[in-house]
Design a protein around this ligand. Sequence first.
Ligand code: FAD
Length: 385
Amino acid sequence: MNHVVVVGAGLAGVRTVEALRGRGFDGTITLVGRERHRPYDRPPLTKSVLLGESDTTFVDTDLAALRVAFRPGVSATALRPGAVETTEGELRYDGLVIATGADPVRLPGDGPQHVLRTLDDAHELRAALVPGARVAVIGAGWIGAEVATAARRAGCHVTVVEAGPAPLFTAVGAEIGARTERWYDGIDLRLDTMVHSVEEGGVELVGGEFLDAHVVVAGIGVRPAVEWLADADLDLHNGVVVDERLRASLPGTVAVGDCAAWWSRRFQARLRVEHWDTALNAPEVAAAALLGEDAVYDPVPYFWSEQFGHMVQYAGHHPAGERLLYRGGPEGKWSAVWLRADDTLAAVFAVDRPRDLVQGRRLIDAGARLHAERLVDPEVPLRDC
Ligand code: FAD
């Protein structure tokens, strides 16, 4: 293999470049990125960047030392076997890495709305979060909750509009989400409420009510950024379909990060995980697969969020669980765990209990059986349950 093209210069893209070099690949690597920035981390965008504690979040990597031809501000527009079409001409390849991530979904309507995916998005939103501003955050998922945290901290009047019956409803369900409602102190939280459209001066809700807002932020989810692959001879279904080695259906092609839907041996399900840990670690396997080495990607997925002064962490895949049990009441530090019918752990959701997360992730990995009666006592370490 002489030339590998990596499309998408986010964390997954640059980590794949590092992994290829780390595994001794000596050929040419071209890294194509739509944004004008060099690769950066996104989790701090809703945290330290929005809070004004940092301005940039560049990934600590040396592109010159990696001998990568980095092409910022260039978009891939189409793929055919052996060649990627870009906004600056065709790039022929022997190996292809698809790492184009995901794009935020926007609300209908002609009024101004912010999304939060890029460094530029974060800087624009930060400038708008001034004391006294009326801010409408649409969606009480991970991004919405973190934006609401920053907006409240900035002294804004915050309304959060959520279509589901509880915050985090889509991510972890209504029961757990309801436990986080108390965190929205001082925020006008509107549950079971749908937005009709974003208009000049605010948001029109389904039913006709108008919410005045100087700033509207859509945090209603993302879609895998795979439109450029629409006409390619490649399996797409909720992202790029890849096997447990992260190989796509087109020979010589792998996909990693938010855009890749891989087959999980552990959970016997196809997973597409929009989390930083996946973008960080899957590239080792993708690089190995591209170089014809034997490696399988089969992690216990991990995610964290920092919202309203709480560290929220999640590991596993809860649809594989059947029983939901709690360790501790909603007023303090608590965790929720999902057990399978055979008492093995499927997933853990920890609020300010990092030990539960670390131990839970190991127990899921090991397929250990737990005792439900010990598990509900938050004083008993999870590993002793
Ligand atoms: P991306 O980071 O999206 O990178 C893909 C790159 O490809 C982008 O730069 C994009 O512009 C480029 N691209 C797209 N299409 C094309 C094209 N056609 N041609 C060329 N380039 C293209 N995860 C956590 O675990 N914890 C958190 O607390 C957390 N917080 C987050 C906060 C925010 C604001 C965001 C946006 C995400 C957060 N995440 C968090 C998720 C995590 O950042 C993502 O899972 C991770 O960035 C995925 O990396 P990626 O490289 O797959 O995709």
